[in-house]
Design a protein around this ligand. Structure first.
Ligand code: GLY
Length: 348
């Protein structure tokens, strides 16, 4: 694993340094139709980007697909990119996931740098080498582990985000608080999400990324301990896919609702402390609101969970918690237990 994570407030210098490290013959900047205006326009005059060619794809997770991927490959090919060219992915998780996969596959792999511009991408998507696209109605169905040369995290980009997108990223920070040793979660639950002080957030973010980095270093290809990072995501991914067919919700909202269900299973099946579960669930309900499902949706949600790529032998796979920082991977639950967890989400 070769990625370097740089926290910076001197973005131009950090970007120029990471480009110099790769010494590319050509530079491409991938953005979506939101970040091309809001982010690329703010940096395109940089000396280090003077000869860079922008590539724009449509924004939103529904466009993290083969057609956008093919469009990136096409631009690279038409512009005669070589194995020594470099791609800079400027945007949220959709751009860093798709761009990472485009770079990993073009001519069997070119260097890429991630510049995450959302909190979700800073704390999770851009870090850790998971790249890919959605396919056949399933999220991240096609992809590869491929590590960026550098991830440049500058919290100035967060000034462009609304509260919903900040909360979406914050959910993954909560996850890191739950799977880390005691201490991290209490700070996260005490944070004032009405004001979202970006300076305080930046400090917590650095710690949060470190928690993920340490896990990824131990198990880059998710054979064992990296599964800790899947906490909340078995339910969460089914909620996200279910909502996508109705009224899409942000990834972090889906996983926050997933935490509620998986904390319930953790209490019932692993003896996770009830008081910590209660405090976390209260925080989620206060900030992320209710998820509008009824018991008539349970079978469809369970069906979606059966497609999860974390499953082994078609058995739905969960990561649960015995306590803060004490993770149980490869857990199962009966359909009745899954339905009880969904009841808890609706009524708990
Ligand atoms: N988003 C979970 C992971 O990177 O493993």
């Amino acid at each position: 694993m070769k990625q370097q994570i740089v926290f910076t407030h001197k973005f131009e210098q950090s970007l120029s340094d990471s480009i110099a490290k790769c010494n590319p013959d050509k530079i491409f900047v991938l953005a979506d139709d939101t970040t091309i205006g809001m982010c690329y326009n703010r940096i395109k005059h940089f000396e280090c980007l003077k000869k860079a060619q922008p590539i724009t794809i449509p924004s939103a997770d529904v466009n993290k697909n083969l057609s956008s991927l093919s469009c990136v490959w096409k631009v690279l090919q038409t512009a005669k990119a070589t194995r020594h060219s470099m791609l800079i992915n400027l945007g949220g998780g959709m751009v860093t996931d798709l761009g990472g996969f485009a770079a990993a596959t073009f001519k069997r792999g070119i260097n890429f740098v991630n510049v995450p511009t959302t909190l979700l991408a800073m704390v999770d998507a851009s870090v850790g080498g998971k790249t890919g696209i959605n396919f056949g109605g399933l999220k991240n169905e096609i992809g590869a582990f491929a590590f960026p040369k550098t991830v440049i995290i500058d919290t100035q980009w967060l000034e462009t985000l609304d509260r919903e997108n900040l909360l979406s990223g914050y959910a993954e920070m909560l996850k890191h608080g739950l799977i880390a040793e005691k201490g991290a979660l209490a700070t996260l639950l005490a944070f004032d999400t009405d004001t979202f002080d970006l300076r305080q957030l930046a400090e917590m973010l650095e710690e949060s990324v470190e928690i993920k980095e340490k896990i990824v270093e131990q198990d880059p290809h998710e054979k064992h301990i990296r599964k800790a990072l899947n906490f909340g995501h078995t339910f969460g991914h089914s909620f996200e896919a279910w909502a996508m067919m109705r009224e899409p919700i942000l990834h972090g909202y889906a996983v926050a609702y997933g935490f509620v269900c998986e904390l319930y299973l953790s209490v019932v099946k692993q003896g996770f402390p009830t008081d910590i579960m209660r405090k976390t669930v209260n925080f989620i309900k206060a900030n992320y609101g209710e998820f509008a499902i009824s018991c008539n949706d349970y079978d469809a949600l369970i069906d979606l969970m059966k497609h999860d790529k974390k499953n082994v032998n078609s058995t739905i796979n969960f990561t649960l918690l015995q306590d803060l920082g004490r993770v149980s991977i490869n857990q199962t639950a009966t359909e009745d237990e899954i339905k009880e967890a969904l009841d808890f989400l609706r009524e708990g």
